[in-house]
Design a protein around this ligand. Structure first.
Ligand code: F6P
Ligand code: MN
Length: 363
């Protein structure tokens, strides 16, 4: 009987570590703890309403909804996932601190545990509007090295590093299969959770985003708030074969960034949640540190591109933990085109016919 050799996440990490003879194994241990958190979240997500896990989190056992620092209603699974990330990673001695979408301030490692040199930033459960309707959701994580002295107190500024300085980033996708997509700065690899073994098995080596695409994702209900370069780009896509692009486009909107990013890593495409004029106090919808940076890092590691529309996203110097940012990412040629449109002022003809006076999406 022939045995099919499978590479587990542990084996992959050990093989990667051989390139760094001085590495002490702490980084690998941290990634494995993160993966264990994702497996635990996958189990909770799969139990769903069987374990009474759907619906909103009620603060302190009351009936009142709890809201996070973003003013968003917290789901039960948001809170459980956040707790699982903390529980599975705080003990290992490799972290100097953590930050999460669900916590207003940085999380300090309890006195009981040793501290390490890495910072972990995460969105424990992204796309939470999809939890109760059983559509794909995911967890996003980013690992940074802390610059400050080991004995100095943890501050939010420790986390303010441009995305290009990430040591590793990844996400777990809880879809028809659970997958973990990871980059340790040398391309992107994908693992599928074998539910019998409980192990992440390497199934996607050298993930590459195709350079060209004819698929885009954007929340079109915001179209009246878009800026002219975005209106122009979408208008041209929608005009299809007979428009300036000379080809038909397809559109998708899942409302789970992890699922959209995964589709783009698998078959290309462009995803946009651009800065818009909907709420002038919010420069975009997505958060820089735990959504845009880690997903953007994977995109670029897979040969794609991520931008704010105006500047390369991974070069931005963050200024707050929950900072929002406009995001354009995916197939390189499309993102570059959108960046070009941001540099050239769009004429009325370029924005019409869809957004012009008699157009479909009139202002
Ligand atoms: O947390 C952000 C997020 O849930 C993303 O996963 C998703 O892309 C987006 O928000 C969905 O936004 P909207 O509700 O506008 O469709
Ligand atoms: Mn999110």
């Amino acid at each position: 009987m022939s045995v099919i050799r499978k590479t587990t996440l542990t084996q992959y990490l050990i093989e990667q570590r051989r390139r760094f003879p001085d590495a002490d194994g702490g980084f690998n241990a941290l990634v494995l703890d993160v993966a264990r958190a994702c497996k635990s979240i996958a189990c909770a997500v799969a139990q769903g309403e069987l374990a009474g896990l759907h619906g909103n989190h009620a603060a302190g056992g009351t009936e009142a909804e709890s809201v996070n620092v973003q003013g968003e209603t917290q789901k039960k699974l948001d809170v459980i996932s956040n707790d699982l990330f903390i529980e599975m990673t705080e003990w290992g001695g490799n972290l100097a601190g953590m930050a999460s979408e669900e916590m207003p301030d940085p999380y300090e490692i309890p006195e009981a545990y040793p501290k390490g040199k890495y910072l972990l930033i995460f969105d424990p459960l992204d796309g939470s509007s999809n939890i109760d309707v059983n559509v794909s959701i995911g967890s996003i994580f980013s690992i940074l090295r802390r610059d400050a002295a080991a004995d100095s107190p943890l501050v939010a500024e420790d986390f303010f590093q441009p995305g290009e300085r990430q040591v590793a980033a990844g996400y777990a996708l809880y879809g028809p299969t659970t997958m973990l997509m990871l980059s340790v700065g040398r391309g992107v690899v994908g693992f599928t959770l074998d539910p019998v073994l409980g192990e992440f098995i390497l199934t996607h080596d050298h993930v590459q985003v195709p350079e060209e695409t004819n698929e885009f994702a954007i929340n079109a209900s915001n179209s009246r708030f878009w800026e002219p370069p975005v209106k122009r780009y979408i208008s041209e896509c929608l005009q299809g074969e007979t428009g300036p692009r000379g080809k038909n486009f397809n559109m998708r909107w899942i409302a789970s960034m992890v699922a959209e990013a995964h589709r783009i890593l698998m078959r290309g495409g462009v995803f946009m949640y651009p800065r818009d004029k909907k709420d002038p106090s919010k420069p975009g919808r997505l958060r820089l540190l735990y959504e845009a940076n880690p997903i953007g890092f994977l995109m670029e590691q897979a040969g794609g591109r991520v931008s704010t529309g105006e500047v390369p996203l991974l070069s931005l110097q963050p200024s707050s933990l929950h900072q929002r940012i406009g995001v354009v990412m995916g197939s390189r040629e499309e993102v570059e085109r959108i960046e070009r449109y941001h540099k050239e002022p769009a004429s009325d003809e370029q924005i019409s016919p869809l957004f012009g006076r008699r157009g479909l999406f009139r202002d």
